[in-house]
Every structure is written in C-alpha cells, then in structure tokens.
Design a protein around this ligand. Structure first.
Ligand code: UD1
Length: 339
C-alpha cells in the first residue's frame, strides 16, 4: 500500500508518539522529526512494538533550517505536517522566556519557510487552551476572546496562532492550517507501551498522582482549595491522549480532502470540567489505590477553571472524545506500573 506521508515534529514526545500510532493505524505514513530534548528513545521502541514496523526518524532540531530542508528533500513526497515540537512547561517559561520564544516561535517560522519552499500545504498546529487566559465565561468556545497570556509559554501559543493566521490568509498563499486547542491531555496508550515520560519531578497533575501512588513521591500537594469553584480546587478538562491523537488524524484527513478553510480553530476537550479533588477521587476509584495528598497554597499562574465547549469540533470537525476520566486515569496508572 502506498501510504500518504505526514511529517510529525516532536513525534517522539508524549502527544506526538500517540499521534504517530494513530496516523499509521489510519493508513498514513508518519515520519518523525525530534531532537529528544524532552523526549526519550524508548518511545520509538514502544511505537515499533505497537505497530510492528519502524517509523522513519530524523534526529534534528526544527530551528535548524538546513537540516529541516534536508528532511523535506530526502522524504520527497510529504503531504502534510503536524507540528508538536515545542517547549511546554508554564513555570519554566517564566524563568527562561528567551528559550521559549526562540524554540516555539522560531521553529514554527523555520518550518513554514521550508513548507513553502517544498510546496507542502497542510499543517496541523498544537495550540492550547492557555490562549484563552482567564476566561470570563465557561465553557469556552472557539469564539471566546483570547486574553493576555499568563506565561511566556502561553504567549508563544498565541503568537504562533497569529503567525499562522497571517501566513495562511496572505494573498496567493497556499497554506491550509488547523489549530487544535488542547485542554489537559492525560493517560496512555492501552498497550502501556507509550505514555508520558516527565523528566525529573513532574509539574503536571497526573504524572504526579501516578508517581505518588507508585511510592516515588511521598504525597501530592493540591495547589489551593479556595478558588471560586464548588470544592475550591481548580477545574480542568482532562482529555485522553489517545482521543487527542485521533483528533489529529481527523484534522489531517480534513486538510488533505480539501474540506478545510484556510485557517480553522477547534477545541479538543471532553466538554466536561473536573476539579483536582474529583480527579483524585476518580483515580482512587479507577485504580483501587489510596492517594496521599495535602492541600497547599495556590500555584502562580493557575487559571481557576477552564473547560471546553466542543460543539464546533463535534459538528464541523466530526470529532468527539470516547474515553471517560476513569478510563484515562486507569491507563495512566497501567503505564506508571510498567515504568
Ligand atoms: C498547563 C497549561 C497547558 C499546558 C500544560 C503543560 C493553562 C491553562 N494550561 O496546564 O496549556 O499545555 O500546562 O504543562 O495554562 N496540580 C496540583 N498539584 C500538582 C500538579 C498540578 O494540584 O502537583 C493542579 C494544578 O494546579 C491544576 C491542575 O492540577 O489545577 C492541572 O495542572 P497541570 O497538569 O499542571 O496542567 P495545567 O496547569 O492545567
């Protein structure tokens, strides 16, 4: 079978590795680009075990114009790109803003230049609900105005969205792009062969929860319980990473079938908000593990509550999540146990 080639930058990372698997299973030929600054080789072995084939890999930095050109030249017939490669830690971005702007904005500019040179016209971009800042009303729709970003990380996502809008709508441009605004991706592939691999102490909730249950961390600290929410803890929309990966396949399909407008934006979430305490309870229920936790002070930069309105992604993209919070948490726990 002649498979349509899709370049996946950051394809060895957490979301990227799951998207590579779903793309291949949907009949595409993913081609991975990764510089392994925040990903590990073991993800490649996991992908290979799941699929039974090796996925082509280029070990380069997307900021490296010549190296990226060489990848496009060597691959020859790329039809589209999914651009995951980026730094993603909110806290770190406050201490290293230059690195975040350079890496996240710089790599997109380099990628767009090379895509134009090689006539590749379809791009799915990893955006984030962070672009909404602290929203005035919930749930947030794609029409909800974006607010000043809470961190340089958030600012890079807003800037990248603006760049893509300008580039795709410039006279004579041929780029079509779908911006997927992820809510909180969690969980792991059901095989437990790939999953999230945080370096050092996890900053994100679910890896901290699973490491605490596994005895690696003594206790989870819940960052504040005096927010204006029913139980006082933050509310988020936790989406199973396999569902999120499938949204990328649907987006690629839409672009390649010529059904997409020049620029389209979709929320990718479940449409449900869960508080941190609800996540802890769901984890205990789904895994039978008792979780040791304490309430700590609020974390700087946290948005009190955000979850997605998914009407547009259901109606226009034809995408809907399938997994429950409990299923996602059970898969995260299964993955933790294999680590
Ligand atoms: C943030 C960004 C998101 C980004 C992600 C990547 C926003 C709105 N979202 O998600 O765009 O992709 O980081 O890292 O900016 N929590 C605890 N204890 C912990 C860890 C987390 O209570 O040890 C709480 C947090 O306060 C938060 C929730 O768990 O309420 C989720 O936190 P986290 O997993 O870090 O993701 P976000 O901050 O929501």
């Amino acid at each position: 079978m002649d498979r349509t080639k899709i370049l996946v930058t950051g394809g060895a990372g957490y979301i990227g590795s799951h998207a590579v698997v779903e793309l291949y299973e949907a009949g595409y030929q993913p081609v991975i680009v990764d510089n392994f600054v925040n990903s590990q080789e073991s993800a490649l072995a996991g992908i290979e075990k799941i699929l039974g084939v090796k996925v082509p890999l280029h070990r380069i930095d997307c900021n490296d114009l010549e190296a990226l050109r060489a990848v496009f030249a060597e691959e020859g017939s790329l039809r589209g790109v999914i651009h995951f490669a980026a730094h993603k830690a909110v806290g770190e971005s406050i201490s290293k803003p230059l690195e975040y702007y350079q890496n996240n904005v710089g790599s997109l500019l380099t990628l767009l230049q090379v895509m134009r040179e090689f006539g590749v016209e379809a791009l799915v971009f990893s955006s984030s609900c962070t672009v909404y800042g602290i929203p005035d009303a919930l749930p947030v729709t794609e029409q909800t105005p974006t607010k000043k970003a809470n961190s340089p990380y958030g600012a890079t996502k807003q800037m990248c969205e603006d760049i893509l809008r300008d580039v795709a709508t410039a006279p004579g441009a041929s780029l079509h792009t779908i911006l997927l605004r992820y809510f909180n991706p969690i969980g792991a592939h059901p095989s437990a062969l790939i999953g999230e691999l945080p370096l050092g102490v996890p900053q994100n909730l679910i890896p901290f929860v699973t490491q605490t249950a596994a005895g690696i961390r003594e206790k989870l600290t819940i960052h504040g319980d005096t927010y204006d929410t029913p139980d006082g803890t933050n509310i988020r929309d936790y989406v199973h990473v396999v569902d999120l990966a499938k949204a990328h396949v649907v987006a690629v399909q839409r672009l390649l079938e010529g059904k997409a407008a020049l620029v389209e934006t979709f929320n990718v979430g479940t449409g449900r908000g869960n508080s941190v305490l609800e996540v802890v309870q769901a984890f205990e229920r789904a895994t039978g593990q008792k979780l040791n936790y304490v309430i700590g002070p609020p974390r700087a930069g946290d948005v009190p509550a955000i979850y997605a309105d998914v009407t547009k992604s259901v109606q226009e993209l034809g995408f809907r999540t399938a997994s429950s919070l409990d299923e996602a948490l059970a898969s995260a726990w299964k993955w933790q146990q294999t680590l």
